[in-house]
Design a binder for this molecule. Structure first.
Ligand SMILES: Cc1cc2nc3c(=O)[nH]c(=O)nc-3n(C[C@H](O)[C@H](O)[C@H](O)COP(=O)(O)OP(=O)(O)OC[C@H]3O[C@@H](n4cnc5c(N)ncnc54)[C@H](O)[C@@H]3O)c2cc1C
Length: 326
């Protein structure tokens, strides 16, 4: 638990909320711009990549363990002068500048600019063996992990556009893709559905849900799933080497409800080609505003943009951002 502190709010030019690739990159850029940023790490220091194993699409590393990559990003942010604070933001007041940010420990900050990098969490199924095999055959990201399943059999769970797109993407690697959906029709748009159903590598399992994942412990490997018929309740095994769970993501934006504009799924809305939110001086980067790419490198890129925009905002005010975009 963070140490309990109670004192005057600490003043800062840039306050970054979140310590995933977006937050650390924003911290590195803001620190190198001599803005002495403070970064509040949150419950998951390092963000989503700390719960995965090999990452093979981070430029510059042929392969790197997710947790190691995030430790290196934190070290770099500290090295250039960012102050990384182990705390959780519990309340923000964006109604006037400087913005008030309060933390779980009792610490509070008055910030000239805020960069929101609170990310998103994949929805999981909550199966008995799911956590055990996460990163070892169970994944929530085909773009990240599809490459590991060349010539193998995979199962994808879900019925929306994401599930169908992930299943189609996986046909580029896997020899067989099982799509498992608990209803008898997909929610995905018709064009995607037609492409999926016409693909010879895809087999659909209607009215089916996953009861559990099966595999070996040494080495940790998925060998199949148990399917349950949603109509009859009957179960049956389905052999596969990987399970992709594509039932959506939840952006971490509850904290900003009523203060920052969000779309109907809760993702923060930013101006085109910018990280500027609906409140001048508050910027958003990474998965908290991006439901399209959801990658470490895109989150880092947006973190860089947010820091540069915060710097411009501090120097010239909100109008500088629109001028820069012209
Ligand atoms: C299992 C898995 C494997 C993945 N593999 C890859 C891969 O191989 N390659 C790839 O490019 N991408 C991969 N991704 C996706 C990648 O991890 C995300 O796109 C990326 O981490 C998003 O970065 P982010 O900085 O936006 O947010 P996140 O990484 O989600 O970090 C959010 C941060 O916000 C903090 N936070 C939240 N609420 C608060 C609060 N109230 N106060 C303070 N802090 C808060 C959290 O503690 C966390 O540090 C994977 C994701 C998962 C789940």
């Amino acid at each position: 638990m963070p140490e309990v502190q109670s004192s005057q709010p600490r003043k800062t030019q840039v306050l970054i909320i979140g310590s995933g690739p977006a937050g650390y990159t924003a911290a590195i850029y803001a620190a190198r711009a001599a803005l002495a940023p403070v970064l509040i790490e949150g419950l998951q220091p390092g963000g989503q990549l700390t719960i995965t194993t090999e990452v093979e699409n981070w430029p510059g590393d042929v392969t790197v363990l997710g947790p190691n990559l995030m430790v290196r990003m934190a070290e770099q942010a500290r090295h250039v002068g960012a102050d990384l604070v182990a705390d959780i933001v519990t309340r923000v007041d964006f109604s006037k500048r400087p913005f008030l940010v309060e933390c779980d420990s009792g610490a509070s900050f008055l910030a000239e600019t805020v960069i929101v990098c609170t990310g998103a969490q994949a929805r999981w199924l909550g199966l008995p063996n799911e956590t055990k095999f996460r990163g070892f055959g169970v994944s929530a990201c085909a773009t990240c992990d599809g490459f590991f399943f060349r010539g193998k059999t995979v199962a994808v769970v879900g019925g929306g556009n994401t599930a169908v797109e992930e299943a189609l993407f996986l046909t580029n690697f896997a020899s067989k893709v099982h799509l498992i959906h608990r209803r008898d029709e997909l929610r995905a748009d018709k064009t995607n559905q037609a492409r999926l159903l016409a693909n010879p590598k895809v087999e659909t399992h209607w009215n089916a849900e996953i009861a559990d994942v099966e595999g070996t412990s040494d080495p940790l490997t998925v060998t199949g799933v148990v399917l349950r018929d949603t109509v009859t309740g009957a179960t049956r095994p389905l052999a596969c080497d990987g399970l992709f769970i594509a039932i959506g993501h939840v952006p971490a934006t509850a904290l900003f409800a009523g203060q920052l504009a969000m779309d109907d799924e809760g993702y923060l809305i930013t101006a085109p080609d910018s990280t500027a939110t609906s409140v001048p001086g508050v910027f958003a980067a990474g998965d908290v505003k991006d439901k399209l790419y959801r990658q470490a490198v895109t989150a880092a890129g947006m973190g860089c943009m947010a820091a540069l925009e915060a710097e411009r905002f501090m120097a010239h005010g909100a109008h500088a951002l629109s001028e820069a975009a012209e």
